[in-house]
Design a protein around this ligand. Sequence first.
Ligand code: NAP
Ligand code: MG
Length: 500
Amino acid sequence: MTTTITELETRERLQPGLASSSMLWEYAPSLESTDHVRVAPRYELFIGGKFVEPHSGKYFETINPATEERLSEVAEADAEDVDRAVKEARRAYEKVWRKIAPSERAKYIFRIARLIQEKSRALAVVETMNGGKPIKESRDIDIPLAAAHFFYYAGWADKLEYAFPNRNVAPVGVAGQIIPWNFPLLMAAWKLAPALAAGNTIVLKPAETTPLTAMLLAEIIQEAELPPGVVNILTGAGGTGAALVAHPDVDKIAFTGSTDVGKRIQRAIAGTKKKLTLELGGKAPNIIFEDAPLDQAVEGIINGIYFNQGHVCCAGSRLFVQESVVEPIIRKLRERIGTLRVGNPLDKNTDVGAINSRAQLEKIRELVDSGVEEGAEMVQTQCTLPSRGFWFAPTFFTGVSQSSRIAQEEIFGPVLSVLTFRSPEEALEKANNTPYGLSAGVWTEKGSRILKMAAKLRAGVIWANTYNKFDPASPFGGYKESGFGREGGIHGLGPYVTLS
Ligand code: NAP
Ligand code: MG
């Protein structure tokens, strides 16, 4: 069965008797200006400190998923370009970066952090235009956190002997880094900052659909006068990533993306000396006990799955509710999603923006259809979605069985599956019943229960009475098919050093 929550219903509840008066409810549009943003008509590859044409001469279009308008075109790197970039990275590693004083390395990384702060408005707007996420997310989360990661790791560059006491610390060499489209600049920062601090040089490949902030970052790196070749950025599609993985002179691969591609990479480098870290998918349980503060928990659920369109690998996409509070939680959830503002990502009031690509939208639709077919009950907000672009209305399912696809597979969209439990043991068993293990949430008033659950949940990150909170000092990473290795904190330096 499917129900839709109409806007009228939401208004009637919030302002009884005034439902037909739109004046009291609508916010005036509050569009972030794009005047201060310059997007070039074309971006080249960033190799050896210069912007260079791709070997193939090929470029591909990059669009705004909220409007389907063309924003620019970017170069498509092939295996020849990968080879050029790796050679530059190797040269910079041997001749410059591994040799300079660690405190000098720190200066460059601090400079990048400060330039990101200086240009944060433009970066936020471009991130939103190219990726579809609401401006309040890119402005308040993505860009400040990206700067924070560079600041944090700049601080470690000349203190590595304190991060790894009584050990000799050396860099690994040339790192190949491949990132996804959901947090384009932030993922670049997560990857670049620790690698640079530890003395490695890099070839970075952004995702096909979100190359633009990576190219603005290339401009920042140039402005920071980082020695040429220390960071190289190659736009392209899956084949570019595969060529980087296959290159014999890369010492380490760091990948964030789907479990499927992660497995392919693992197979491709099996038997080589390459080091590997993988940050893959997730199907996080968000567990609400009956003693939890329910209104706060509902805000946590909303933050965990609907903001950023559910394009978050650690999204709380499986909600486990203790049976005695199912009724109030569902009621509150229903009311709350009815108030989410879906629409123009550049509007400062928008909560849920555009889906990143047509392909992603189709994947979401297919999984949601499977939920309906398998007999779960769907609740969806009925909002007026823009006629162009890629959109999906906030949705949740009740009556979901553990074995159904919507409870097992990553949807990567604003879609929540609600399941129930009676005891903490049952919650643990159901929550851990997934091939993934990236993150989890626990909502309860009892500190002892939080600790007990945290010890038994098989997840790399566990939030208690909050959700989706990040800090550069805190490590992040998965268990099981969510990958291995940690990013963030001292742990995040580990994959970029060799210890003796
Ligand atoms: P994806 O298809 O796996 O792509 C990730 C990156 O790998 C992209 O840059 C992609 O390039 C590249 N790539 C594709 N095929 C490749 C190959 N054979 N060899 C090397 N590189 C290849 O994932 P996505 O669809 O962009 O991102 C969504 C997925 O990422 C979700 O499953 C999500 O859970 C996961 N994710 C995980 C984390 C985490 O921290 N664990 C964070 C964010 C996202 P193209 O874009 O050019 O195809
Ligand atoms: Mg892809």
